[in-house]
Design a protein around this ligand. Structure first.
Ligand SMILES: NC(=O)C1=CN([C@@H]2O[C@H](COP(=O)(O)OP(=O)(O)OC[C@H]3O[C@@H](n4cnc5c(N)ncnc54)[C@H](O)[C@@H]3O)[C@@H](O)[C@H]2O)[C@@H](O)CC1
Ligand SMILES: [K+]
Length: 482
């Protein structure tokens, strides 16, 4: 599991570590890691390469200057565009000059590599106008072979809000971000996350000094493979868990078919369907046991309720019945809209069995009374605490927040999933994982991860539809656990 810490925690850890080291050691470690990655981005053809450093007023600029000095010593032509000459890291600038680099007001004609040392964890707000102008001007330059310059961000892409991953105004879009000591929230959540490009974490010895809990957990393939239930020869359909699906309607049978499809792709041994799309579901998925009424559904270990259900009295009854059980429940789409009703909220608060809400931004706003806003993690945590449910807030980097303050971010998101019906597939899969016995937050992040992988897999073959995503769920799990 990768972990991200907030700026205040990074600062405390850095202070504690620095007290044990000669001055400047950390910056040297950071710069060495940064220079190594820059050389890699130049295919090790450092000699004669045009490197432009965008240098802000703080230590982030210092990192860039020292790394620039290391590259200059290897024969690169290094130019520092210093944005605030009065506050520039003087020792760093001296080191760059001593190594043969130079400072200039504007970028040179040839730029193979841009090092973004404008701001790091000391940043406030989007890039200021001088920095934005220098950035745009440098981005217009071309490299030795006429190619677009590669952009390496120091610590974080400048212009992002480091603690929330929000982006207001101009920010750097990096090919690679070389970060130090630990990941920060902007690397893994919000619109900032994709701006970081590929992440490289340089060990500067900080980890043992990070004494607080990380703000965000990010699973990798191994975590997800471990979380998935393993089936053995002793298993049969009931021991693997039975998931109940109460979604869709005669008017919207598609939602029922898709959520059932998602459920069939999960670990549960049996899928039951209850609702007015019964005939369509059985036709699409003959292995599903279907009834018209929820009361006749039979035993299940988890329920999925919501999508395509509508918001009429019958839908409200279905949500109430499911909430009245002592089983884990996924509440999706229409069910979320029904929850806005105060009586439903009381029902939820009274439950001890797990619940997972799966809102997108508009559903979130209706439920919480406000948009997720700039701090998506904070907003998801507040809604989770308020509803006593795990909240899976959909987005490019889907967030899973628990009532007791844990946050996960999904790294596999893809724009390919932004198409009708994929949410239904996700809800079904999530229900299947709950029925399979996973803790709700683990089920939620696992579902988001697999769903993202399936979206990416489906996108390899052209434009993606929800059935493509559902169909890709099994192969991506096989590849993961195989
Ligand atoms: N503290 C440490 O021990 C280490 C820090 N390192 C580097 O130091 C960085 C933090 O350095 P600083 O604390 O000096 O802070 P920064 O270098 O991030 O920012 C410094 C200054 O930039 C200005 N600024 C803020 N927002 C701006 C904006 N939007 N546009 C333009 N200017 C803005 C402010 O005047 C601020 O004080 C880290 O990100 C990392 O790169 C590394 O050298 C590793 C060790
Ligand atoms: K930066």
């Amino acid at each position: 599991m990768r972990q991200a810490w907030r700026v205040a925690d990074v600062r405390s850890a850095e202070e504690a570590l620095m007290a044990h080291l000669p001055a400047g050691t950390l910056m040297q470690r950071a710069a060495a890691g940064l220079a190594r990655r820059c050389a890699l981005m130049l295919d090790q053809r450092v000699y004669g390469a045009g490197v432009t450093l965008l240098v802000g007023p703080g230590n982030n600029g210092g990192d860039a200057l020292y790394a620039g000095a290391m590259l200059a010593r290897r024969g690169a032509s290094v130019t520092a565009v210093v944005l605030d000459p009065e506050r520039v890291h003087q020792a760093g600038l001296k080191a760059l000059r001593a190594a043969g680099g130079r400072a200039a007001a504007t970028p040179p004609a040839t730029v193979d590599l841009i090092v973004d040392g404008i701001v790091g964890i000391g940043a406030k707000g989007g890039l200021r106008s001088g920095a934005a102008t220098a950035l745009h001007r440098t981005l217009e330059r071309r490299g030795r072979r006429g190619q677009r310059p590669v952009v390496v961000a120091v610590d974080v892409p400048s212009g992002v809000d480091v603690d929330t991953g929000n982006v207001e105004g101009v920010a750097v879009r990096a090919d690679v971000t070389v970060t130090f000591g630990c990941l920060k929230p902007a690397h893994v959540v919000g619109p900032a996350a994709p701006l970081a490009g590929e992440l490289e974490l340089v060990d500067i010895g900080l980890r043992p000094w990070l004494r607080t809990d990380p703000a965000i957990l990010v699973p990798d393939r191994a975590d997800i493979a471990r979380a998935l239930p393993k089936h053995g020869p002793g298993d049969e359909k009931y021991t693997r868990g039975v998931v109940g699906i109460a979604t869709g309607s005669a008017t919207y049978p598609g939602a029922a078919i898709l959520s059932t499809w998602g459920a069939l792709a999960g670990p549960a041994g049996l899928v039951r369907y209850a609702g007015s799309a019964r005939e369509a579901v059985v036709q699409a998925h003959p292995s599903v046991i279907a009834t018209d009424r929820l009361a006749d559904a039979g035993r299940v270990q988890a329920w999925v309720v919501g999508s395509g259900l509508g918001t009429d009295d019958a839908a409200a009854t279905a949500v109430r019945m499911v909430l009245a059980t002592s089983l884990p429940v996924v509440l999706d789409a229409d069910a979320l809209n029904l929850l806005v009703d105060g009586a439903m909220a009381d029902l939820m608060r009274g439950r001890s069995a797990p619940m997972v809400l799966t809102p997108h931004d508009r559903e979130f706003a209706r439920l919480a009374g406000e948009e997720p806003g700039a701090d998506r993690v904070g907003a998801a945590l507040r809604l989770a605490a308020h509803t006593n449910a795990v909240v899976l807030l959909k987005g490019d980097r889907t967030i899973v927040a628990t009532p007791n303050g844990l946050t996960y971010a999904n790294p596999t998101g893809t724009a390919a999933l932004a198409t009708g019906g994929t949410g239904d597939v996700l809800a079904g899969l999530l229900g299947s994982l709950l029925a399979g016995g996973l803790r709700p937050e683990v089920a939620a992040i696992t579902a988001a991860y697999l769903h993202g992988l399936a979206g990416r897999e489906a996108a390899r073959h052209g434009p993606v539809t929800a059935p493509d995503v559902a169909a890709a769920l099994r192969p991506v799990q096989a590849a993961l656990t195989g």
